[in-house]
Write a protein of this length. Structure first.
Length: 86
């Protein structure tokens, strides 16, 4: 999933996308790859697949929960941080 498709699909979920959020996801991706070399966090490391199978999939939670209407949410056992950090 390239970045333009990612933005388009995330907006369809009703999730706001801006430059700041995209920069944070890019930093998250870089850290994920860095730490994945030290410990096995994920088998998925290709950037397009990380954006599809980790970042986008994490945001599909917005299909069933309006994240703008809740004050807190508990994500237990996220491992590499999915879906919680995204």
């Amino acid at each position: 999933m390239d970045i333009d498709l990612f933005i388009s699909e995330v907006q369809k979920l009703g999730v706001e996308v801006n430059d700041e959020k995209l920069q944070k996801l890019e930093k998250y991706y870089e850290l994920l790859i860095l730490w994945n070399e030290k410990m096995n966090l994920t088998a998925i490391t290709e950037k397009k697949l990380v954006y599809l199978k980790h970042f986008y999939d994490s945001l599909t939670l917005a299909k069933v929960i309006n994240l703008n209407e809740i004050d807190s949410l508990c994500d237990i056992g996220t491992g590499a941080g999915f879906p919680g950090i995204v």
